[in-house]
Design a protein around this ligand. Structure first.
Ligand code: CA
Length: 217
């Protein structure tokens, strides 16, 4: 069996070489901000003059990139600069610890099988989406399809991400994606301890937090 290993190794090297280097793809993003939407923009547009809510890079406090095929978003790219852009949550009439709309410096992490960067028009992927922000000594985590209590069971349905452009070329790499959920999100919090450690997760509640965000190259 030992002589099979070099063959596997060579094949891996060839595949990596064929795929080329992984690059971050700078994106712009705009939220639907519909009536009843729970995850929303801060209502501002990019400083670049673009009509997009958020533009990677030039806004310097807003970041949208694809890293290794996954979507990542932060309202503040450089922690040393003042916070100028936020993402907002509207719990509507649901009992929540935040008065709506609540706007914060938010990081969005998105994970799941399949690479967003390799989608083509019409493809749909499930995505576990976690919005996190800090407040009063806690990190709050609003999640779709996440396992808030870390018992290896996801507690809500994931969001869906759909490639919507270019529709006239089904084999071209995706240029426009829509991520959405019509469903329930879990809101949990963890106490921020020293040295980047967190306390045990506590459930705040489950909330209807529909949203849609379109992002594009
Ligand atoms: Ca769970």
């Amino acid at each position: 069996m030992t002589f099979t290993k070099p063959a596997v190794l060579v094949l891996s090297v060839v595949l990596i070489a064929a795929a080329g280097p992984v690059r971050d793809v700078p994106l712009s993003a705009t939220y639907r901000d519909g009536v009843g939407d729970g995850v929303r923009s801060d209502g501002l547009t990019s400083f670049t003059g673009s009509t997009a809510h958020y533009v990677n890079g030039p806004d310097d406090n807003a970041l949208v990139v694809l890293t290794n095929g996954h979507y990542r978003f932060s309202t503040r790219l450089d922690e040393r600069k003042p916070l100028r852009r936020r993402l907002c949550f509207d719990f509507g009439t649901q009992a929540a610890p935040f008065a709506s709309p609540y706007c914060a410096d938010v990081l969005i992490g998105m994970h799941g099988d399949g690479l967003v960067g390799e989608m083509q028009a019409g493809d749909v992927l499930d995505r576990r989406v976690k919005h996190s922000w800090t407040y009063n000594g806690y990190e709050y985590r609003l999640g779709f399809g996440v396992d808030w209590d870390q018992n290896n069971t996801d507690d809500t349905l994931p969001a869906a991400i759909t490639c919507v452009e270019p529709i006239d070329n089904a084999t071209a790499p995706c240029t426009v994606w829509e991520m959405s959920s019509a469903g329930v999100a879990s809101l949990a919090r963890v106490k921020i301890l020293s040295k980047g450690k967190f306390g045990a997760p506590e459930l705040v509640g489950y909330y209807d937090m529909p949203f849609q965000v379109r992002f594009w190259r």
